[in-house]
Ligand binder design. Structure first.
Ligand code: GAR
Length: 217
């Protein structure tokens, strides 16, 4: 693999199927990137195993020493920032150009966002700005929407609010459960996330306020 490839670091908390889609695209050479690091806040994250199988550094960084039991939102924010400083120390050692959140179930603070301005991407299983936050497939069903989908966006301080890069829509079907809808959305997630990263690698994404312009080729 040549050294000019985009060096990406993936943060993941669980199953890591999006990470796997990225790994598959790297191995198939449709994504010209090098997976330089996978970091997880969960020791049991399957994502870490997937990274190791690919031969990428896989690091578990425990959030417990940084957590607080205080209900005070300021104390919570201070704790999140302290953890992110520890994350940043690790990221910096791996010379990353792009940080990719793939099922990373923590709120990212300004500590990381300022260190990687417009260089952090996330995938979210709804058509943002509809249904930010958690349990969004169930929320889509509860609202009776007829179409849902997924969004790849740049990460800013507002949760799930950053400039949108690519979206894909899927139909919501009669009798859907959150599991069935999630599975249908996931197929599209695996398709669009490597594509968005490749567009970044090709220098084709330009942020203009809250809009992302994609250079046509
Ligand atoms: C994916 O559906 C992803 O969009 C979602 O978690 C799942 C992770 O699956 N992310 C969020 O909800 C972030 N707010 P994976 O671990 O198999 O990639």
């Amino acid at each position: 693999m040549d050294s000019s490839r985009l060096r990406i670091g993936v943060l993941a908390s669980g199953r890591g199927s999006n990470l796997q889609a990225i790994i598959d695209a790297v191995e198939a050479e449709t994504l010209k990137a090098k997976l330089a690091l996978v970091l997880s806040n969960r020791s049991d994250a399957q994502a870490l195993e997937r990274a190791k199988r690919h031969g990428a550094p896989a690091i578990f960084l425990d959030a417990k020493p940084f957590s607080t039991t205080s209900p005070d939102p300021v104390a919570k924010q201070v704790a999140r920032e302290a953890y992110d400083r520890a994350v940043l120390d690790v990221l910096k050692q791996h010379d990353l150009e792009l940080v990719v959140l793939a099922g990373y179930m923590r709120i990212v603070t300004s500590v990381l966002i300022n260190a990687y301005p417009n260089r952090i991407m996330n995938i979210h299983p709804s058509l943002l700005p509809a249904f930010p936050g958690l349990d969004v497939q169930q929320k889509a069903l509860d609202w009776g929407v007829k179409t849902s989908g997924c969004t790849v966006h740049f990460v800013t301080e507002g949760v799930d609010e950053g400039p949108i890069i690519i979206q894909a829509a899927v139909p919501v079907l009669e009798g859907d459960t959150a599991e069935r809808l999630s599975a249908r959305i996931l197929v599209e997630e695996h398709r669009i996330y490597p594509k968005a990263i490749q567009l970044y690698a090709e220098g084709r994404l330009h942020i203009d306020g809250r809009l992302v312009r994609i250079d046509e080729r």
